[in-house]
Design a protein around this ligand. Structure first.
Ligand code: SAH
Length: 348
């Protein structure tokens, strides 16, 4: 059985053709699904014989909502979702004045091994398919009763380590038969898999690219992000420049501030020198302490000093509001807690 959410309109049309049925049925079925009708038998303008075929060939892979946590200010909500294979993932919504933004997981777990991140502690279980990523949005939209306007691929997992499924997801979520979310409303965050960044640059996508940098020299970055053993900071910055040349898009650099590791004045100066001349914005994020890791959040004072140094060098930056720390909203923290309680890597 296939998850119908993994299909593009073209693919579903081909399936109908194969069944000797009219191709326009594909659009009818998707119209139902994207209006939250998730049972083929409720699709009243589809003949019963076709519904039967659909039921035999497909399932509609919407995950079950296992738990919902709301932050005290009610602006951040975290959903623990379970797919029918028993895998549990996290999805977070953030309410802004312009609407809802959703932070999606792209893998169950992660294999990148960043030292400060909870998602990677138990390794990677599997890549999510394009339909599973999409279903995170559908499941949440049904609960909140409104459309999501912005998508960030910044939940558990490394999107560029699941390249084909993530690109397919972006193309589907972007399509007018689906959720019609514009590429400029989609942000993809990566720890920096250089050849894959080149591929998206060459596709001339209009998404926003966010790079998790967290250190401005290789020695320090290697200590906290194993991916640095593969690609140097120079290679990373060069490919970012290439990305901007190809797409005219400004790049976001994420920099999590870790007390006395990467938050000193000299680190800020080094970062400024590194980013001088790139079209970019820096997000400074006080690191979220993950249980049993040793990293501590920078002090408020050192964050202000760090930000001011960047300003002095003309590097645009914002200190990101910490949304949802009271509900463990940082990457992978909730799933991890859930797994610890249930004692199984899948979380079932
Ligand atoms: N793998 C992708 C996307 C997932 S991580 C990436 O690396 O970008 C999303 C963001 O959260 C990254 O910038 C990551 O570095 C950051 N992050 C992960 N754990 C964190 C923590 N404990 N505190 C602060 N930021 C964290």
């Amino acid at each position: 059985m296939n998850n119908i959410l993994d299909f593009t309109l073209l693919e579903l049309k081909a399936w109908f053709k194969n069944q000797n049925e009219s191709e326009y049925r594909a659009k009818q079925v998707f119209d139902f699904i994207y209006r939250n009708v998730w049972d083929f038998d409720d699709m009243n303008n589809i003949p019963i014989t076709i519904r039967k075929k659909l039921n035999e060939a497909f399932y509609i892979g919407i995950p079950k909502v296992v738990e919902i946590y709301e932050s005290s200010d009610k602006n951040t909500t975290k959903y623990l979702l379970m797919f029918n294979d028993g895998n549990v993932i996290e999805t977070v919504t953030m309410k802004y004045t312009y609407g809802y933004s959703i932070c999606l997981s792209t893998q169950v777990g992660c294999r990148m091994g960043c030292k400060f991140c909870a998602s990677t502690v138990n390794g990677m279980v599997k890549n999510l398919t394009s339909g599973e990523i999409l279903a995170e949005i559908l499941a949440v939209e049904k609960i909140i009763g409104t459309r999501i306007s912005n998508v960030v691929l910044m939940g558990s997992g490394e999107p560029l380590d699941n390249f084909n499924n993530v690109i397919k997801f972006i193309n589907i979520v972007n399509a007018d038969y689906s959720l019609n979310i514009g590429q400029r409303h989609i942000t993809l965050s990566t720890c920096g898999i250089v050849p894959k960044i080149k591929e998206i640059a060459d596709m001339k996508m209009q998404i926003t690219l966010a790079i998790s940098l967290h250190a401005a020299n290789d020695e320090l970055r290697k200590n906290i992000m194993p991916i640095s053993n593969k690609y140097s900071i120079k290679e990373l910055i060069d490919i970012c420049k290439y990305y901007t040349e190809k797409t005219n898009r400004r790049i976001t650099f994420e920099y999590s501030l870790i007390k006395e590791i990467n938050d000193r004045e000299e680190n800020a100066i080094e970062l400024s020198n590194l980013l001088k001349g790139t079209l970019c914005h820096v997000n400074l994020i006080p690191v979220n302490k993950v249980t049993d890791n040793t990293f501590e959040k920078s002090t408020k004072e050192s964050i202000i000093i760090f930000s001011n140094i960047l300003n002095k060098f003309g590097i645009q930056n914002t200190v990101r509001r910490e949304m949802g720390t009271d509900i463990n909203a940082a990457c992978g923290q909730l799933r991890r807690k859930y797994i610890e309680l249930k004692g199984d890597n899948r979380g079932e």
